[in-house]
Design a protein around this ligand. Structure first.
Ligand code: ADP
Ligand code: MG
Length: 140
């Protein structure tokens, strides 16, 4: 369990976390609106040596893909998906089969049935205006 005290600290935490990730990882981001899920994705991308400024909430496009020197980071916001049946529109099976791609999902509960067994859960809790509690749980 980690406490962060600013968006920058959450990004730094995610940046270090990203450096230990094998490719073909699926990361599920849990937390309410404004918890810091998109902020966490910025740190992830920075940790993979991508450009953190490219990250915006994909709420209106379902998915964004960022290239980094060694990986592709796929950022999915399942909030607007009706459910897993809509995943074929973003080529879900093909994304899962790639060996150089890290997938990070906001609001994963919406597509629970489609998720693989091997995932990493990140729980972000709002403690106060600038404090967040981050919990990482690997599950296989
Ligand atoms: P989500 O994607 O979970 O809806 P965002 O990452 O878009 O959340 O927004 C998080 C908001 O919380 C931002 O406005 C950010 O500045 C603010 N914030 C304040 N403190 C923190 C912190 N410690 N970590 C992350 N975000 C924080
Ligand atoms: Mg978000």
């Amino acid at each position: 369990m980690t406490l962060t005290h600013s968006p920058e600290e959450t990004m730094s935490f995610a940046l270090i976390f990203a450096q230990s990730l094998p490719p073909q990882t699926v990361i599920l981001l849990h937390g309410d609106l404004g918890a810091g899920k998109t902020c966490f994705v910025r740190g992830l991308l920075a940790g993979l040596e991508g450009d953190a400024n490219e990250v915006h909430s994909p709420t209106f496009t379902l998915m964004h893909e960022y290239q980094t020197p060694a990986h592709s980071l796929v950022h999915i916001d399942a909030y607007r998906l009706s459910g897993s049946d809509e995943l074929h529109t973003i080529g879900w099976d093909e994304l899962l089969s790639r060996d150089d791609t890290i997938i990070v999902i906001e609001w994963p509960k919406r597509i629970e049935e489609a998720l693989p067994e091997n995932v990493i859960h990140i729980m972000i809790d709002h403690v106060d205006e600038t404090t967040r509690k981050i919990l990482v749980q690997a599950c296989s």
